[in-house]
Design a binder for this molecule. Sequence first.
Ligand SMILES: Nc1nc2c(ncn2[C@@H]2O[C@H](COP(=O)(O)OP(=O)(O)O)[C@@H](O)[C@H]2O)c(=O)[nH]1
Ligand SMILES: [Mg+2]
Length: 1255
Amino acid sequence: MERVGDEDSPDDSDHSGGDDRPSMQLSNSKSDRQHSTCGKKTQLESLLEDLGLEHLFPEKLSLSTILQIDNKTISDEPAKCNSDLPWYFLKKLMMVNVKARNAKCTSACESNVDAASEETEFDFDDLLDNQNSGDMLNPLDIITALFLCSDGFVRQEMALKMSLCQFSVPLLLPNCDTKQCTLMLWAMRDIVKKYRPQSHSESKGFIEDRIVLSKLPMISFVRLGECSLSKSEILNKLLSNSQQYHDTFVHHNMECGDSPRRISNGLVEITWYLPCGEKNMDVFSEPVAVANLRGDIASFETQFSFLCETSAAVFVFFDTLDSEYELLTNQHKAQIFLVGNHQSKHFGIDAIKKVATKLGLTKSNILLKTKQMNDADFVKTLQKTVSKVVENSKMKMGIEQMADIAHELGICVDEDSSECQTAKKNADAITAEIQDILDYKEAQLPLQGQIWKDLTRLEKEECRLKDVGSKNIEEYKLREKQNSYDMSNAMTCFINAISSPGIERYYFLKWMRMNLDNVSREKLSDLKEQYKEKCKNSENKEEIKDIDRQLSNSSLGTEHFFREMGQIYEASLSLPETDPSREQLQHLPKLCAQLLLDGFPLELVDGEASNIPLRWVSDVLSQLNDLMSSKSKILVVTVLGVQSTGKSTLLNTMFGVQFAVSSGRCTRGAFMLLIRINEDLKKVLNCEFMVIIDTEGLKSPELAQLDNSHEHDNELATLVVGLSDLTIINIAMENSTEMKDILQIVVHAFLRMKELGKKPKCQFVHQNVSDVSAHENNSQERKLLLQQLNEMTQAAAKMEKKEENKSFTDVMEYSPDTGNWYIPGLWNGNPPMAPVNAGYSEAVYELKKNIIQMLGNCESSANNILEFTEWMKSLWNAVKHENFIFSFRNSLVADAYMRLCTEFNKWEWEFKKEMYTWVTRAETKINNFGTVAVKSETSDMRQLLTQLKNVACTVLSIWETKLLENLTEYFKQTEGHVHLVEGHREDFVSSAKSLRREMESSMFNQLTAAADIRQGMIELDRIKENHTKQLEERVCALIDESWKKQVKMADKELDIEFDKMWKETVNELSFSKQKTTNVITFVSHYLRDNVSHKGSHACELLSQKSLEDCGLEPFKYTGDGLGKKILHSLSKWLNIEDHVMALQKLADCIIESCTQILTIWMEREINYHDTYIQEILHMIDERLQNNQDVKIEIQFEVSLKQHICGVAARQFQKLHEDFIHANDPYRCLNQNKEKFRTDFKDVFHERDQCQNKAK
Ligand SMILES: Nc1nc2c(ncn2[C@@H]2O[C@H](COP(=O)(O)OP(=O)(O)O)[C@@H](O)[C@H]2O)c(=O)[nH]1
Ligand SMILES: [Mg+2]
């Protein structure tokens, strides 16, 4: 269709005037000469060769290549030769640097300048000899070449970043060799724009849409023949608002913009004007797409036809309109506007008239730049015309719809490949089923719902010693339940699709991601609207909570599918190894490992359940290890910060990755991804991969209302900081408090956990600070920050009895001088039309270089993936053990809570002791019941018991009231941050109440037991008292009988007779046998309770040894564990010796005291009571606390308590058994059995003899 070969066509760069024509000609002829020397090489080939890209054509450049970190990443060196240019452009573009297009080789121009300045006598002709030699490459050529060489995913990335920079992006990509062009539909699919048209400006609502789906009017700008107006520059002015000019399109007056275009003629670029809803700011009040064709429409008829078919209007720029008007009259669909320059030499009004009549154009369709007009005036006129078109146009079309038109015109679409189409079909099949997201998740992704949350709870409870024992069965049941689900339709499709070979799976994942985003966006925007509405009125707490839940429920992304996959896999592991449905899933970890290696993120922590699917993640990582060369070293970088403070944006800018950016979802969790380090940097960094972890949903206002929010946030933060070699702490001024809260808990948790043998490095990033003097001005603030961090570290250290940690830097590696980065705001101007701020990109780049440098100098805690996995497991285990601290907002609250606890424990102890004394007295009363001394009061034991119980209730009530009053009093005081725990007040009130209930039932039991014993004893006494009489009666009867029968009773028969009689007596007894209990379990319980607040390490130590095995040998403290680290240093070694000895002394002392108390109890012949072990523990605590001489390590404390409790438990058991033994009426009676038997026989013989004598 095109009539003229490009090589012959005159240069058609847009340029503003004819003045620099000669140089253009010159450069053109130069490049022509070049071409002729190249022989048979085509134009495209020769350009690609100049750029060093020939090996990547066509479409061979992949994301993994451009994302890897190499020498160029950290060197600031400018491009030296043409083959540097594409990489220079890509590097800058990936970091959304708006200066990316200003790529130029330094060698050429600098040498010119240098030469000129050195020469004393210079040739004036040089001044005219433009530096723009033929070597210079037009940025459009570089962009076109890169697009031609890139695969679909790089194209998407480039288009996305270009649109963030507010650069125009290719719509139709030409191939100047084949004359074929391609519609860049896929490439633009990732672009999502937010804007507010006039119609929404009242409500302050906005539209967020994937731009290829938005139906917008398109206005196209093309050139016919020569034109002295710079079309692109005029377009840029047209699109810029008055305060801020921005180069959307590359134009002639830009750096290298005047270099001849070698391959980019026929390129159609597109950009969008999107309003912000401010009348005074918006150039157009409604959104509009603007397309720009490079080159002459006479040479690119296909492109022109396409534009005429798809646009609302086509503006044709020209100088002369002689023969070409047929080209214009052939087209029908779009409105045609003629734009001419009256100032041009070639301008002829006659031709215009002719064309206008032929096309039936009115005056408004013809715009001429007259002599009286300057550029600004002209642009104004143009704006007015375009506005009118936009307002009245019915021709609105999304880019997706343009695909059909493209096909009709023989234009390819970049989505035509079968891989892309199959992938789309597969993805659509899954997402088309989604009606209601929550229902969908329940039906199709059931394993991650309540079951997974229950499993999580179970795991944590087990670790936190809340509920021991039943775990395994319950877990098994839950896994069984998971297995009972057939794999859902959606999951079957999903797994099949990601198992597809080659590039198809990546297309599929991208389609899924985009489809799901579209669905979620739709559902969530409505909920967000409601949320905002409800938040205005803070009364609606419940409703807000409900919307929160819905928001959380309504988010759906690919991570949910992967999460389900993980659960299916984990559940299958509980099946027998040969089970077909288990075998079927064995390949999943490998699949995911491959994806990770290709740069896809893996969900590390599922923030909704706040758990790591450990088996799944470690199997994936172990497969990853197999895929990488086995010793591949890694370094871990994490970003931490409050929700929506630009963390993902920061990482994406820094590493060119694609973490989800504020897509309106409310997710929580941590994702990791891998970035390859190129050969040239491996040595320097001493690692082959960088692991980047992004956290989501921390302190999210939407999630804050949900239960366990603090706990989940704190767990997540602690885990990721612990995992990383370097943590970027992202702070935006407005929410620095929340970040400080989290940091406190992280530091606090670190102090409690033994796992961390290293100090995590951290860097603070302050976003939205743009002043050049930021670093200077904020030194005060930095000091303050550090001071606050120090204070809270001290508070935490004090609570944990680790006072050697005096400052934040004792726990984390941080330098106030080099550890702070000030990053200006992301946008330069007002979104949506604002490009990314160059200052942002540059500042992030500085940070990136610094981070990489720092990592080069750091010793990694985990050297390879396997170690990382192990490290993660043990860290997570520690986090799971750590329940106490995570539930607080910050250390101050935790501290205040602890204080209250201590107070409360005191009151509780007092209460218990008092009740114990009372009960002991009551017991005495019961024991004395029926004896001569106290005969008076009541004669009935049951009556006495009831009486005592009534009194007990009164006493209990008095003490309960007292406890509650204490609590009220406590909350009245102003010191000690009492207000911080106001929220826990109710807990303590109910604690008091339940304590009373507990005491009541325990006291009643005690009284009843004592009464039982006493009753038995009374009966026993009665038996004893009566036994002589009874025996005599019985004996008489026997003797009578034997006389009657004339037989002599032998000893044996007497025995039988007695046994019969005994049995009858026993059967008549009203009391039963007393049972002994296992005291050791009670002791264990109280010991655990006592230690449980001392951190995960303490709990772990405790669970390592059972109490039965404790205290069997004399206590000997070796100081194991603490000595290991510093054994090598002799002086310290000696200190340790001293230290250990001091501890041993203290222990001996405490043990001695305990032994004394125990001995006293043992001598008293009383029954065991729970207060005894509590008293022992109290005493140990007191002694440990009061000791001033030695620092107490947790290992020491735990093992000492275990020792003492072990000894005590055995003694108590004996005490208890002895008591029962001594006080069981049943037993007492039995003890007397033989005596009775002898008595019986004696009486018999005596009587018998008497009888005989009498005869
Ligand atoms: N004004 C402004 N907006 C930003 C800045 N950084 C990020 N954003 C925007 O804030 C939103 C949330 O960013 P995102 O990276 O998803 O935050 P994350 O939740 O911390 O990961 C996005 O729409 C960003 O474009 C910034 O420095 N200034
Ligand atoms: Mg994020």
